[in-house]
Structure formats: structure tokens, C-alpha cells
Design a protein around this ligand. Structure first.
Ligand code: ATP
Length: 572
């Protein structure tokens, strides 16, 4: 917990807050002293002048306490808000650079909970620390000292009361603490189910799984609520018990104090002050107990945040990139790959190469390894064996930034961001002019349905059809000045005519003629005119050549052609 706070908490605000907190405590301890003097020296002796002077003195000290308390709250909130801001930024920055394996390891829902809920826990504990954690022991020691000054005999009451109070608090915390620690994991589960329900709402409705989903959510919700109810029921016992102890203490003090007053060994003012100090001591214990509730929870949150922040980069990269060829090229040399902990290889001994101006088509059944193959080009994962070269250089000799600048990918699932068309396209190149954007839209055949670059794009691109989204995602990739353009099944939602027009436009574009284009496709027609076609089957490369070569000699390729001829989707 303290480890992640150390470099992120603004120390000036922390020290300022502590300083004002100490002033507040000193003032609070001093006020009962003035009260006792007003009673002893003013009221009992009928000295009005003394009462007025001491009263003004008291008002002055009270005002100073109020100002100090206000500044303490202000600075502690500032410290905690800034800590939260820095933590959220750091987690987000880290998440953006996580490898896909690490992402899978923690899970999206948990990452969201860690950025929101866990950070809030850290903020709460910071506030508590700066307002109570340091205040409680100072107040306790100070009030005990002052109470002793007023009457050493009466302080013996605390020898009985304090251990009882501490035992009660300890027993309550013993039962509540494990439940508090479970809260975050249960929040994770609740978020996961909620998120899946929201993103998959169409599928849920289409499969009429509303009831089942509702039950799944209700179960997670019940589990969370049950835990919360249990923990807060335990904590609820604390308040009446401590009130009982406080009231009992006051009765004992009044009773003994009255006895001392009648014996004339104690003054009335001192008894009043003593009672205030007694409640301050007991309040300090309560504050400390609150801290014992908040700290373990924040400790658990701190561990969860640290898990993300401490993730070591799995992909090693050099400080600077080695020299690259001027011409674009892409080659795979005996590349094999296995997902983390997977029993078998997802790619085996893949070999192919393409020069500037050439295109590579990748075809194979579902799960044959097409997406895996292209993930390796931009180093979302590293191969188990073999070498991948981009522009003549092993991609491990390039920095990740340099490599990803040279590769532009259109993922299988088109993702658009809320905003307008211009902002979405400029994701590829922030400095791209409108002319460049329109040029990309034309190649992607998206100028048919885009009237202006200011056209609104809803969240997830929900105001566009599947095919329109694909075309916008293609245009975005084309705006980026890369050497290798990768289209992962990006033409699947396009009709045959648009698919053909788009590929022709790619071919005809003078700039694209200097690049390497990789097209993953399910349809033969999408990849047939590629210079190199890679045929995959269960991760194995079972063919590599041109359409004519594969059509003549590759059984699997022939099978795909035959099956698609039957469907009428290929013109062989
Ligand atoms: N993150 C992952 N962890 C473990 N195994 C994975 C992961 N992603 C894919 N696989 C496995 O790797 C194999 C290849 O998957 P891949 O997504 O590359 O296939 P694909 O040819 O692109 O399929 P599709 O055409 O259906 O998209 C499959 O057997 C799949 O189960």
C-alpha cells in the first residue's frame, strides 16, 4: 500500500495537512483547560471580567481550531485526489502496453475494478490517514496527559475501560476483516457479469437467455450483498457497545468526581474538563478502530493495483532499432507459436515472404491460426521458434514503437470510438489532412455513405452497419503511413461487389504499390489474386503459392474452392 503511494502522493499537501492536524489537536486539547479555568476562577468566584477575557480567549482558540481543521481537510483531500489521479493514469498507461497474455491473465473487468474501486479505497485510506490515523494517537496521549493533570486518581478508570474497549474492537475486527477483504473480489465478479451482459445483450436476446443471464447476475449480486450485509452487521454491533462503554465511563467519572468535589479534592471545572478529555480518549480509540477497518481493505486494494503496476514487460525490446531496408518487405522463417500454457502449437513451421508491392493471402478453416499468424507481425506475442522480418530486419531488433509504426492492422472485429469520422480516421495519423482522409475513404469504398468528416460516430460505431464499420476501420488503417498493411478478415462483412472494388482500389493506388499487403480471408475470391497464398490447417502451413499453383496441386485449397463453388461464392 505504502509502496504505491510513495512516489505518487504530493508530499507538500501531506506535510501541510499533518501540520494543520497537529494544530487542530493542540487547540482541541487546550479548550477544556480554558473551560475548567472559566468555571474554577470565573463562575465559582463571580469574576465576570475573568469570564469575559477567558471566553474571548476560548473563541479565539476555537476559531483557530476550525481554520486548522478546514485546512487539514482541504490538504488531505488534495493529497488523496492527486494520488487517485496519478494511480489511474499509471494503471491506464500500463494497461495500454500490456501484452495480450498479460491482459488475459488479469481480465478486463478486474482491470476496470482496479482502476476505479481499488483506487477509491486507496484515496479513502489516504484521507483517513491524514485526518485520523495520525490524529488518534496524538489525541490519545495528549488527552491522557491533560486528564492526569486534572486528576490523577480519576485516570485509573481508563485502566479498566480501555482494555474492555480494545478487546471489543479487536473481536469485531477479527470477524469483519476477512469479509472486508473478500469485498473487492466479489465486486470484480459483479462487474464481470454486468459487463458481459451489457456487451452481449443482443446475443442474450437472440438466444432468449434473458432469464438465465438475470439469474447469473442475481447470484453474483446476492453473493456480494450477502457478504456486505454480514460485514456491516458485525460492524453495526460496534456502535451500541462503544456508546454503552462511553456512557458507563461518564457515569463513573461523574460519580467519583462528585465524591472528590464533596471531599474538596477536586474542583468542578476540572471535572468538566476531565469528562471532555475522557470522551476524547475514547473517541481516539474509535478512530483507531475505524483505521483497522479501512487499512486492511486498502491493503488488499494496494496489492491488486501493484499486481498491475508491477507486471514486467514480457516482450523485450532494444533501446534503439537496427537499420531497416528502404523497401517494404515481410518474411516468416520457420515460425512456430504456442499460446501460454496451451498443450499444442497454434502455428507450426510457417514460411513465406513478400516484397514491396506484393500481397499475401492467408486462408484456412476456423481456428487454423490465421489471426494468430498476423498477431505475431506486430508482436502482440513472440514466436516460440523462428524469425519474422519486417523491412529486412528481425522484428525483435526493433523497438515496439518503431515496429508498430511500420505495421497497420485492421482487426477482425471493427472497433470505432465515440466522436466523429475525422477523429476516428486521424487515429491512424493525427496530422492527416482532409484530402488524405477522403482518399482513404475512397479506397475503402466508404465515401459512398460518408457525407462529411464531421459525421457523428456513436459508441462502438453503433450508428453504422457491420460492413460500413469495416470500411471505416479499413480507411483508418490506410490513413496510417505504414509499410505493411494487414487486413484480418476485414472484407467478410462486405458484399462481393464492394469487396472486389475495394481490392482493386488498393491495387491501383500508386502508394499502396510500394507496400506489402496481407489479407486474411475466408473467401477464395478475396485472396485469389494475391502474389503469395498461405494455406493453414490446424496451425500447419500446408500450402504456399499462387492461386493457379495451389489450384493445380493443393488438395485443401481445391477442397475450399469446391465447397465455395457449391455456395456460388467463388468464380473459379
Ligand atoms: N488467447 C488464446 N489463448 C489460447 N489459445 C488461443 C487463443 N487465441 C486463439 N487460440 C487458439 O489458437 C488456435 C488458432 O486461433 P486463431 O484465432 O488464430 O484462428 P483463426 O484461423 O483466426 O480462426 P477464425 O477464422 O475463426 O478467426 C485456435 O485453436 C484457438 O483455440
Amino acid at each position: 500500500m505504502f509502496h504505491i503511494m510513495r512516489k505518487r502522493i504530493p508530499m507538500l499537501a501531506v506535510w501541510g495537512s499533518i501540520l494543520f492536524m497537529v494544530c487542530q489537536v493542540m487547540g482541541t486539547l487546550y479548550i477544556p483547560n480554558i473551560t475548567s479555568d472559566i468555571v474554577n476562577k470565573g463562575i465559582t468566584k463571580g469574576d465576570t471580567h475573568y469570564i469575559i477575557v477567558a471566553g474571548l480567549h476560548m473563541i479565539g482558540v476555537s476559531l483557530a481550531v476550525i481554520v486548522a481543521a478546514g485546512l487539514n481537510v482541504l490538504l488531505s483531500s488534495q493529497a488523496s485526489q492527486k494520488l487517485g489521479k496519478r494511480l489511474r493514469n499509471d494503471i491506464y498507461r500500463k494497461v495500454l502496453y500490456l501484452s495480450n497474455d498479460e491482459f488475459d491473465q488479469i481480465g478486463t473487468s478486474s482491470l476496470i475494478t482496479r482502476t476505479t474501486n481499488d483506487v477509491v479505497q486507496m484515496q479513502n485510506v489516504t484521507m483517513m490517514m491524514l485526518r485520523m490515523m495520525i490524529m488518534a494517537p496524538i489525541m490519545m496521549i495528549g488527552a491522557s496527559f491533560m486528564a492526569y493533570q486534572k486528576n490523577p486518581q480519576l485516570t485509573k478508570i481508563f485502566v479498566i475501560v480501555l482494555p474492555i474497549l480494545i478487546i471489543i474492537v479487536a473481536v469485531i475486527l477479527y470477524f469483519a476483516d476477512p469479509l472486508f477483504r473478500k469485498m473487492q473480489a466479489k465486486t470484480d465478479r459483479l462487474n464481470l457479469v454486468f459487463r458481459e451482459g451489457l456487451t452481449g445483450v443482443r446475443v442474450i436476446r437472440a438466444f432468449r437467455q434473458d432469464d438465465w443471464e438475470q439469474k447469473r447476475f442475481a447470484a453474483a449480486n446476492q453473493d456480494y450483498t450477502h457478504n456486505a450485509q454480514k460485514v456491516f452487521s458485525i460492524i453495526a454491533v460496534m456502535s451500541p457497545l462503544t456508546t454503552l462503554i462511553m456512557s458507563g465511563t461518564n457515569i463513573a467519572i461523574t460519580w467519583l468526581g462528585a465524591k472528590y468535589i464533596s471531599m474538596q479534592t477536586m474542583q468542578i471545572g476540572n471535572l468538566l474538563a476531565f469528562m471532555t478529555y475522557a470522551s476524547q480518549i475514547l473517541m481516539s480509540v474509535m478512530m483507531l478502530s475505524m483505521i483497522f477497518v479501512v487499512v486492511p481493505r486498502a491493503q488488499a486494494s494496494g496489492v491488486r493495483i501493484r499486481e498491475v503496476l508491477d507486471l514486467k514487460k514480457q516482450l523485450s525490446e532494444p533501446q534503439t532499432s537496427k537499420m531497416l531496408d528502404d523497401e517494404a518487405s515481410l518474411s516468416f522463417h520457420d515460425v512456430s507459436f504456442r499460446y501460454q500454457d496451451a498443450p499444442q502449437l497454434s502455428l507450426q513451421q510457417v514460411n513465406f515472404q513478400a516484397q514491396s508491392g506484393q500481397s499475401v493471402g492467408i486462408i484456412g478453416g476456423t481456428g487454423s491460426g490465421k489471426t494468430t499468424l498476423i498477431s505475431l507481425i506486430s508482436r502482440l506475442y513472440d514466436p516460440e521458434t523462428g524469425v519474422i522480418k519486417v523491412d529486412g530486419q528481425d522484428i525483435r531488433a526493433l523497438t515496439i514503437k518503431d515496429l508498430r509504426e511500420r505495421v497497420s492492422v485492421v482487426p477482425q472485429k471493427s472497433i470505432l470510438f465515440k466522436g466523429n469520422v475525422r477523429a476516428n480516421l486521424q487515429y491512424g495519423d493525427q496530422t492527416a489532412t482532409d484530402d488524405k482522409l477522403w482518399h482513404a475513404l475512397k479506397i475503402a469504398q466508404a465515401d459512398e455513405f460518408i457525407e462529411t468528416l464531421d459525421q457523428t460516430v456513436e459508441q462502438n460505431g453503433d450508428n453504422f452497419s457491420g460492413g460500413q464499420k469495416q470500411r471505416l476501420a479499413i480507411a483508418r488503417a490506410l490513413v496510417k503511413d505504414a509499410d505493411i498493411y494487414v487486413f484480418d478478415d476485414s472484407f467478410s462483412a462486405l458484399d462481393f461487389k464492394t469487396d472486389a472494388k475495394l481490392r482493386q482500389a488498393l491495387k491501383d493506388d500508386p502508394q499502396m504499390q510500394q507496400k506489402v499487403i496481407v489479407i486474411v480471408g475466408q473467401r477464395i475470391s478475396t485472396i485469389a489474386d494475391s502474389d503469395v497464398i498461405v494455406v493453414l490447417d490446424q496451425g500447419r502451413m500446408i500450402g504456399c503459392g499462387t492461386h493457379q499453383e495451389l489450384k493445380a496441386s493443393n488438395a485443401m485449397y481445391q477442397e475450399i474452392i469446391t465447397s465455395q463453388l457449391k455456395e456460388g461464392s467463388v468464380d473459379a
